[in-house]
Unconditional design. Sequence first.
Length: 87
Amino acid sequence: PAPLGPLAQLAAVDALAPESPLRLREALEARLEGARLTTRVGWLDFPAADLPAVTRLLDGEVRTAGDLGLPLAGRLLRAGVLLPGGQ
C-alpha cells in the first residue's frame, strides 16, 4: 500500500471537507463483492446507500469527500482504503 503515516492519516481525517480530494489506495486491489469491499488486507461491509459511491471509487479517479459523502469518506480514510488526492 502507498505509505501514509498514522499522524498524516489522522490529520487528513481531521481536515476532511467536502472539497477534499481523495483516491483509492491502488495497491490494495480493492473489489466490490455485493455489499462488501474486499482488499488484500481485509474487508468492509457497506449499507446499500453507500454502494454507488464505493463503486465510483473503484475506477481509480480522484473524488471529493463531498462526492462520496463525508461520513463514508472519513470511514474509508480511517480504514486506510483512501488516500488524500495529492498522495
